[in-house]
Design a protein around this ligand. Structure first.
Ligand code: C5P
Length: 225
């Protein structure tokens, strides 16, 4: 079984996907972490970021592991724990040079599908219900207003000891939305067969409960017939 969860930046996808996967007893696939890991490896190894073939080779070959731990996922790249490094401003600023490349997306798409052959999962990202798993059992689109998403991002930044003005964070999130929605391959899109959840006024638990209710309604809760 594959459940997809797409949506714009800072909508709460990772937190919700992790908790939903926990409720269902399946694995959680953080595809943003894969794009981040390849970007990190590209910067570290000094490949030419303007050469799609070199980037695609990295996307095919870099050993990326997503290991669940008590609080979330730890991300390993070539055996090294890069969980914190892949969230650096440098990686975030360069990620489009990697994620906009159709060659890279093709390589990571294949790896994501390979993952689904081995286990049931909740797959989270920008293109999971559109291009990677168009036939997933349930496809969710998690949204929230731009202002609310910027507030959430601002809170995360604050937790990391970084103060930023709300209008600045809003502008950054809006820029990421525009980039993620306009790339030629793998653009963020909401399709008619996706269940839209607007979490602007919802707590994380409420979002997860709404998703569980939808999965139950379709008779897909693991362990039930
Ligand atoms: O989800 P996260 O913010 O970690 O994703 C980082 C970036 O990776 C996104 O802004 C997007 O450009 C890219 N991405 C993507 N396709 C996915 C997941 C992430 O292009 N499935």
């Amino acid at each position: 079984m594959v459940i997809t969860l797409d949506g714009p930046a800072a909508a709460g996808k990772s937190t919700v996907a992790r908790r939903l996967a926990g409720r269902l007893g399946v694995r959680y696939l953080d595809t943003g972490a894969m794009y981040r890991a390849v970007t990190h490896e590209a910067l570290r190894s000094g490949v030419d970021m303007d050469d799609p073939e070199q980037l695609a080779r990295l996307a095919r070959r870099t050993r990326i592991e997503l290991r669940p731990d008590g609080r979330g996922l730890r991300v390993f790249c070539e055996g090294r724990d890069v969980t914190d490094e892949i969230r650096s401003p440098e990686v975030t600023a360069n990620i489009y040079r990697v994620a906009d490349r159709p060659e890279v997306r093709q390589a990571l798409r294949a790896r994501q599908r390979e993952f689904a052959r081995r286990c049931d999962l909740v797959a989270e990202g920008r293109d999971q219900g559109t291009e990677v798993f168009p036939d997933a059992e349930v496809k969710f689109f998690l949204d929230a207003s731009l202002e609310e998403r910027a507030r959430r991002r601002q809170r995360d930044l604050r937790a990391d000891g970084c103060e930023a003005a709300l209008d600045e964070v809003m502008a950054q999130v809006a820029r990421r939305d525009a980039r993620d929605s306009s790339r030629p391959v793998g653009a963020l899109r909401r399709l008619d067969d996706m269940v839209l959840i607007d979490s602007t006024k919802m707590a994380v638990d409420e979002v997860v409960e709404a998703m569980v209710a939808e999965i139950e309604r379709r008779g897909l809760m693991p362990g039930r017939t």
